[in-house]
Write a protein that binds this ligand. Structure first.
Ligand SMILES: NC(=O)c1ccc[n+]([C@@H]2O[C@H](COP(=O)([O-])OP(=O)(O)OC[C@H]3O[C@@H](n4cnc5c(N)ncnc54)[C@H](O)[C@@H]3O)[C@@H](O)[C@H]2O)c1
Length: 251
């Protein structure tokens, strides 16, 4: 498949579990990938793996909680490639705790990484998409943004904001053929999930049993959904919130 031939895709958190799978999938389908991550080493590994498979990728290391860094990033993408077709706002952090446990710093950091970054990057990218006659943006929320999980108030609230933000942008920019959608993954096997399991003293098998499908999700499964939403195969998908959970209902 070459759904992204000659297209440029920016993927934040591209060095992480789901982000690296998204980078690989879009690259396999022809896109030049801008791997954005504050962890430059993991982003470089993703770039190297993509190139080893014959794909194209560059690394732009950045802290996306930083407004100026986000503006510079989009400027650099336009300077380097002259276009920006797909923006995947995937990077996120999960600071755990109920309201009696979450520090002010964790609350603010959660907002800075999980939602403010999307505001900065979309605000910088959308004028370029407008100029090009369209584009696709996929924002990673979480099933917990729809059905809050206990003991994760900062995460739940920021992910709910991602859903509202995505619908809001879709309403404003659908007429310009800029499609904005949100994905809400359930439990997906990544480093973020592994760190949560370790803290809770649980195993992957414990989580598998909570999912009606019989197992937790794979990063590649989220990547396939993101690729579909970003592609021309989904021209009328705009303002949607897509759950990918194996039918898990959080309680
Ligand atoms: N794993 C799951 O079960 C799950 C479920 C629902 C939603 N999500 C969401 O999916 C997305 C990806 O999660 P993951 O599980 O792959 O996590 P991960 O921890 O494996 O990857 C996240 C990546 O984001 C990067 N990052 C974090 N803060 C950054 C910052 N300020 N600037 C630049 N890069 C930064 C990290 O370096 C890391 O490479 C997140 O938004 C997460 O909330 C994950």
């Amino acid at each position: 498949m070459t759904r992204f031939q000659d297209k440029v895709a920016v993927v934040t958190g591209g060095g992480g579990g789901i982000g690296s799978a998204i980078c690989h999938r879009l690259a396999e389908e022809g896109a030049a990938i801008v791997v954005v991550d504050q962890n430059e080493a993991s982003a470089m590994t993703v770039k190297g793996d993509i190139e080893a498979c014959g794909g194209r990728a560059v690394v732009m290391a950045a802290d996306i909680a930083d407004e100026a860094a986000c503006n510079r990033l989009i400027d650099n993408v336009m300077e380097r490639f002259g276009r920006l077709d797909v923006l995947v706002n995937n990077a996120g952090i999960n600071r755990r705790g109920d309201i009696t446990e979450v520090s002010t710093a964790d609350w603010y950091d959660s907002f800075a990484v999980n939602i403010h970054s999307m505001f900065y990057l979309c605000r910088a990218a959308i004028p370029h998409m407008q100029g090009a006659g369209g584009g696709a943006i996929v924002n990673t929320a979480s099933q917990w943004g729809l059905y809050p999980a206990p003991g994760h108030v900062a995460y739940n609230v920021t992910k709910a904001a991602v859903v509202a933000f995505s619908k809001s942008l879709a309403r404003d920019h659908a007429s310009q053929k800029i499609r904005v959608n949100a994905v809400c993954p359930g439990e997906i096997h990544t480093p973020m999930l592994a760190s949560g399991l370790e803290k809770a003293g649980k195993t992957v098998e414990d989580l598998d049993r909570l999912v009606p499908f019989g197992r937790i999700g794979k990063p590649e499964e989220v990547a396939a959904l993101v690729a579909f939403l970003s592609s021309d195969e989904a021209p009328f998908l705009c303002g949607s919130t897509v759950e990918i959970t194996g039918a898990q209902a959080v309680s």
